[in-house]
Design a protein around this ligand. Sequence first.
Ligand code: MN
Length: 245
Amino acid sequence: MSRPVVGIATQTLEAIPGELPPCWIMGQKYVHALRSAGAVPWLIPLIPDDRATLREIYDRLDGVFLTGGVDVDPSQYGEEKAVYCGRTDPPRDAVEIQLIRWSLADRKPILAVCRGIQVVNVALGGSLFQDVAAELPGAIKHDYFPTKDNPARNYLAHPIATVTGSRLREYLGPDPVAVNSMHHQAIKRLAPGLKVTATAPDGVIEGVEGTNGHYLVGVQWHPEELTDADSGMRRLFASFVEAAH
Ligand code: MN
């Protein structure tokens, strides 16, 4: 039995003059979480203008995994970029949105994490808070970004409540689940074709899935950092890899 191949779009690392040409990189933890769940991870270059090559890569994939990263460019959802919007990576937006559209057409499984849930929502026609703290009155703190002094990426920042009948409820159980939170943006207008499957105490959308039975699951937290301690997070990855198989 061959193992399913899961594609992961990379992200742009800007050139460092005299040291590095522009590079495409990806955090190792995502790759390890997918390997542990039985998938063959495959890093994808950001070549949106070479659709033929991108399509050749896509055709060899059994599933698409979308990771965390910089902000989706607000032009993708028809907004001007606010001062509190962060750095963007337009080639990554273009490649990921293309992979999502092809996957939806083919019902190829998608698991989306952090920026991933946001780019899925944008690809399907939704919009984002460009900064939760600036645009959502009453929001709790979600931007627990690691620092040099505190590099922990598994800090359990806030609980989420899952929705009855959802895939997340199946993997995580009926009780509130403590999750990490390393995001300053979130879903604002939910896209058609998605339903909410988890929320934070302030109502911020922390989980979605597709409405048509296709395996399309998005979470706003970083489950790849929690698989050691939380069997529910392992079930989440296992379900995706099983769907890809
Ligand atoms: Mn959060």
